[in-house]
Design a protein around this ligand. Structure first.
Ligand code: RIB
Ligand code: CA
Length: 340
């Protein structure tokens, strides 16, 4: 039975691979794509989503969403690097595909989410690979959608590691209040933080193998992945990450290791891989998860009580992935994007 999935995203090179993986998978019925401000302003993320649908001849409806975070941009000092209008980063303003000739749906993404979820039998999965503004706004308009989402799989946050500030991951940093609104619900949530996505990297060699499959999707995914690897080199982003070793009975000890920049994570695609086969996540903890929203140096940081320091006084609100099976992930990319 296919999983009905709405993908909320901000294409975005890794969002683009997530869209393709969802489209080609036999296990997923990609109902719609909703776009939001994130990697780029929402006119650009929407254009990029339309370019992907056009490229795939997919016919999946695209709904344009929120153009600004809920409140944090009202305090410019909180988000000095946002919005990401034009940057030499791993995304670029526009995906290297023909300009979209198709249009987004007339309905706003937030109203689409509310209407579709409320009309549903509670059998819709939502994959969120961007700042959570659309989902948080939908919850504010109609809180009952919390009981209608079958499972919310979120790429965001980090136990150790960061990429938008010294303490936060981009999707949660870009709209901390939205992330907190979502975390505070009892929606069945799975969070794939940097700790998991950085363990499911694709290598340069695999990019070449992917391209050699020869399908348009595989070649485009290889291009997006290589762009991400090259960006790590050019910007000398030493994506430090911590290999959290759980020593039973004691606080986790973190061992800093430095990634070899001949590989890169395809963060967002791991959310789709998880929906296809949850065993792609090999370690997780069910924990209470909160988001820092009081600005300061930890603005937007995810705080997951993975050691249950509150001894159960706080509710478990998410399953937090800590590790992933890179071989299984890349095999899924090859299998699905290599389809003729
Ligand atoms: O931190 C990684 C996330 O930020 C991904 O969703 C990527 O697309 C960017 O939005
Ligand atoms: Ca994204």
């Amino acid at each position: 039975m296919k999983k009905k999935v709405i993908l909320d995203c901000d294409p975005g090179s890794d969002d683009a691979v997530a869209i393709m993986l969802a489209w080609f998978s036999d296990d997923i019925d990609l109902m719609a794509i909703t776009t939001v401000n994130g990697n780029r302003i929402v006119p650009k993320t929407t254009e990029n989503a339309l370019r992907m649908v056009q490229f795939l001849h997919a016919g999946v409806p695209v709904y344009r969403g929120c153009g600004d975070p809920i409140i944090c941009n009202e305090i410019p000092s909180r988000k000095p690097n946002l919005p990401r209008v034009t940057l030499n980063d791993c995304h670029g303003d526009f995906l290297p595909l023909p300009e979209a000739k198709i249009q987004p749906q007339p309905e706003h993404a937030v109203f689409y989410l509310v209407r579709t979820l409320m009309e549903s039998d509670g059998d819709i999965y939502v994959a969120a690979t961007a700042p959570l503004t659309n989902i948080a706004m939908a919850l504010r308009i109609e809180p009952r959608i919390a009981g209608k989402i079958k499972q919310l799989v979120i790429m965001g946050g980090a136990i150790c590691g960061a990429n938008a500030s010294p303490s936060a991951e981009f999707n949660f940093y870009a709209d901390p209040e939205a992330a907190k609104i979502v975390m505070d619900t009892d929606i069945p949530k799975v969070i794939l933080p940097l700790d998991a996505t950085w363990r499911a990297c694709i290598t340069e060699e695999q990019c070449q193998e992917l391209a050699a499959l020869g399908t348009p999707a595989a070649k485009f995914a290889a291009t997006m992945s290589q762009k991400r690897i090259d960006n790590l080199k050019v910007n000398d982003i030493s994506q430090h990450n911590f290999d959290l070793r759980h020593t039973p009975g004691t606080v986790a000890s973190a061992v800093l290791y430095r990634y070899d920049n001949t590989m890169a994570p395809i963060h967002d695609a791991l959310t789709i891989a998880y929906l296809i086969d949850p065993s792609v996540i090999t370690e997780w903890v069910d924990a209470n998860v909160d988001i820092e929203i009081m600005s300061g140096i930890c603005d937007g940081r995810m705080v997951a009580d993975i050691h249950n320091t509150k001894k159960g006084r706080d509710p478990v609100t998410a399953r937090v992935a800590l590790n992933a099976d890179a071989a299984k992930f890349t095999a899924m990319l090859f299998e699905n994007l290599g389809r003729k």
